[in-house]
Write a protein that binds this ligand. Structure first.
Ligand SMILES: Nc1ncnc2c1ncn2[C@@H]1O[C@H](COP(=O)(O)OP(=O)(O)OP(=O)(O)O)[C@@H](O)[C@H]1O
Length: 359
């Protein structure tokens, strides 16, 4: 089953086009207010775009282009939306909640109950079947909500940050359940977590300001990010510029030497990016002798603990249009150098650890 959507909604500055091939799970990543929930609202029929069309497996969900506008109601779309909160029917038992979808499609009470038990087993919640939603933890309720959504046999499952309301102990079990039930299923999952993207999605779409800024297979987007948002999620520094023989030159003329990725065959003169981890950056107080490459003055913006390291964020000419680059150094080195916000230092980036690829 394939899914295609093209939609724009001016009041939310939203204009996107999305495609899913058969059995594909897509992760939607992006900053707050980027349009991720708007996208799910448009697909599920809760929001009406100004123009566009969408179809699932050739069946039209809406078509607002041309004269004959078509619009199908949310419950007729074959989509199921799983929100951040489980939103179970409070007066029904867990089993009745999950049996609700099959029952409303005309299944007998016994058949709907059997389907519900299968799905409750799948989400590791069968032992909760006779409880009421008020007697469930957040993680248990979310697993029941997954079972309820899947029991309705949706063609496309929409998940809006399903892990975000759960504590760190409940999230891993739900993630494991989702990995199993999403395999080979058409689903779109909005998440802020790269782990969800890695574990659950075949492809990633990064949205910023109501538009798609980057998309591709999950590993490619997170290991070779082109957008600053994806680079931030992947924990990489990103500097944009023009590709040269040695690396890239930034718009203000600074050279970032690095390793050309042969797979990406960057050509000199092309727009490119230099990506490198904060661990590739060293901090010096004065001039650095030896190779002049990838050494530039910066002003420290802030320092914060990051694992067992200190992350030093600094800005200066050559740090890219987004302004800051990060260095991870040991707490001892930070103390020895006497680093504080506002201090002028030099960042030196090891060119062997800089990846150059087209933007
Ligand atoms: N109910 C609403 N009425 C009007 N504008 C809205 C409404 N909800 C969101 N918006 C606007 O639409 C744009 C997209 O918001 P949306 O909620 O889709 O973003 P998001 O990517 O889901 O953000 P978050 O990660 O914070 O949930 C934003 O500019 C937002 O201010």
């Amino acid at each position: 089953m394939t899914f295609e959507l093209e939609a724009s909604l001016r009041s939310r500055n939203f204009d996107m086009s999305i495609k899913l091939s058969d059995g594909e799970t897509l992760a939607i990543l992006g900053p707050n207010g980027a349009g991720k929930s708007t996208l799910l609202g448009v697909i599920s029929g809760l929001l009406r775009p100004d123009s566009g069309r969408a179809q699932i497996g050739g069946r039209q969900l809406f078509d607002l282009d041309g004269g004959n506008h078509r619009w199908s109601a949310p419950h007729l779309r074959g989509t199921a939306l799983l929100a951040q909160e489980a939103l179970l029917f409070p007066h029904l038992s867990v089993l009745e909640n999950v049996a609700f979808g099959p029952r409303s499609k005309g299944a007998s009470k016994a058949a709907a109950g059997e389907t519900a038990r299968l799905w409750l087993t799948e989400v590791e919640a069968i032992h909760l079947e006779s409880r009421k939603p008020a007697e469930l933890s957040g993680g248990q309720a979310q697993r029941v909500a997954v079972a309820r959504a899947l029991a309705a046999e949706p063609e496309l499952l929409l998940l809006d940050e399903p892990m975000s309301a759960l504590d760190i102990h409940a999230a891993p079990l739900l993630r494991r359940v989702l990995k199993r039930v999403l395999a080979g299923r058409n689903a779109i999952i909005v998440t802020h977590d790269v782990l969800d993207a890695y574990m659950l999605a075949d492809r990633v779409v990064v949205v910023e300001n109501g538009r798609i800024s980057e998309e591709g297979p999950t590993r490619q987007v997170l290991e070779r990010p082109r957008s600053h948002f994806a680079a931030g999620l992947a924990g990489l520094n990103l500097v944009s510029g023009m590709i040269t023989e040695q690396g890239i030159t930034t718009p203000d003329g600074r050279l970032f030497a690095g390793q050309h990725d042969p797979e990406w065959s960057p050509a000199p003169g092309q727009e490119g990016v230099a990506a490198f981890p904060p661990s590739a950056v060293s901090v010096f107080l004065g001039d650095v002798h030896g190779s002049p490459r990838n050494s530039f003055p910066v002003t420290i913006r802030d320092l914060e603990p990051h694992g067992d390291q200190i992350r030093v964020r600094a800005a200066g000419s050559g740090t890219g249009e987004r302004g800051t680059l990060s260095a991870d150094i040991t707490p001892a080195a930070s103390a020895d150098l006497g680093l504080v916000p506002g201090m002028n230092v030099r960042f030196v980036v090891k060119s062997a650890l800089v990846s150059i690829y087209p933007a």
